[in-house]
Design a protein around this ligand. Sequence first.
Ligand SMILES: NC(=O)c1ccc[n+]([C@@H]2O[C@H](COP(=O)([O-])OP(=O)(O)OC[C@H]3O[C@@H](n4cnc5c(N)ncnc54)[C@H](OP(=O)(O)O)[C@@H]3O)[C@@H](O)[C@H]2O)c1
Length: 331
Amino acid sequence: MTANRQILLVETPKGKLGPEHFKLVQGTAPDPKDGEVLVRVLYISLDAANRAWMQGATYRSAVEANTVMAGGGVAEVVESKAQGFAKGDLVFADTGWQDFAAVPAKQAIKIPRIEPLTHLLSVYGIAGLTAYFGLLNVGRPNAGETVVVSAAAGSVGSIVGQIAKIKGCHVVGIAGGADKCNWLKSELGFDAAVDYKAEPVFKALKTAAPKGIDVYFDNVGGDILEACLFQMNNRGRIACCGAISQYDGAPQPTGPRGVPGLIVVKRLIMQGFIVTDFNDQREKALADLQSWVAAGKLKVQEDVINGLENTPAALIGLLAGENRGKRMVRV
Ligand SMILES: NC(=O)c1ccc[n+]([C@@H]2O[C@H](COP(=O)([O-])OP(=O)(O)OC[C@H]3O[C@@H](n4cnc5c(N)ncnc54)[C@H](OP(=O)(O)O)[C@@H]3O)[C@@H](O)[C@H]2O)c1
C-alpha cells in the first residue's frame, strides 16, 4: 500500500476562507479502474477559481464539504489502465490536492515534457492560454489602442499585459501595492500602473489612460469594473475573465453602476469566456507563447511554494494578493 496524503475541504466557507476549512489526512493510493490512470501529482495549480468552486456550481460542479479539495495539477502516470497512456507520461488533470489520484483518462490531457515543468502550469498552462484567448479573441486589441488589465500582477494579468505590449498597445495594469505596480512597469514593460489599494481607480485611470480605454480585461469585477466602464471609449471591448473581488467573503452590497446604460451609449461589447472555449486553437496559441518566451518578449513569473501541507495557506495567500505571477505548490 502506498501512502497518500490528502487535503480535504471540511466545511464550505460562509465568509472568508481560512485554514480551519481544510484538514490533512493520510490515506492510501487508489487502484485505478479500467479506463483510468494512477498519477503521482508533481505540481498543484493555485487558482482564484478554487475559491469560486466552493460557492456553488459554475462551469464545473461545486466542491462539496468532506471531499478532497479539487484543483488542477501536473502529474506523472505511475500505472495505466487506459489506452494511449503509459507509465512515465506527463498529464494535466484535476488531480485534487493529494499525492496520488486515479483519474479517468478522458479527463487527463497529455502534455509534453517541457522544462521547466512549472511552465506547464504558468505560461503554457491555463494562465497563459486564458490570457492569450481572452485578450486576442475576446478583447481584440489593435496596435495603438489602450488596454487595461486588473489583477495585473497575477498569473493571468501579468501575461495579458505583456501580450498587449507585444501587439503594440498602451498598457495599464491595476494591482495592489506600490511594489507590484513598480514591478509591472520596470520588469514587464507596462506603460502605467494603478495601485487600487492606495488611490481611487477612476481618478488614477484618467492619468494612466489619458485617451480612454479600448480594451478592459476584467479579472476582478466590482468597483474596479465600474471605474473602467466609465472610462471606456466608444466601441470598446470588455473581456470578462473572472470576478475575484466577489469570491471570498460576503458579496459587495452594490454591483457596478452604469450597466447597461454605458454599454448602450458607448456601443460596448462585454463578453465572458472560459479558456476551454478555444480548445481548437490551443496549438497556435502555444506556438505563439513559446516563440515570445524564446525571444525574451514574454517574461514568465512563477511563485512556487513547497509542500502539499502548505496548499491551503498558499490559496488563502493568493486571495489576499501575496502572489506575483503564477502561484503553484511543488508537492
Ligand atoms: N475565464 C477563464 O477561463 C479563467 C481561467 C483562469 C482564471 N480566470 C480568472 O482569472 C482571474 C485571475 O485568477 P488567477 O487564478 O490567475 O489568480 P492571480 O491573478 O494569480 O491571483 C489573484 C490576484 O487577484 C488580486 N485580488 C485579490 N482580491 C482582489 C480584489 N478584491 N480586487 C482586486 N484584485 C484582487 C490579488 O492581487 P492584488 O495584490 O493586485 O490585489 C491576487 O494576487 C480570476 O478572476 C480567475 O477567476 C478565468
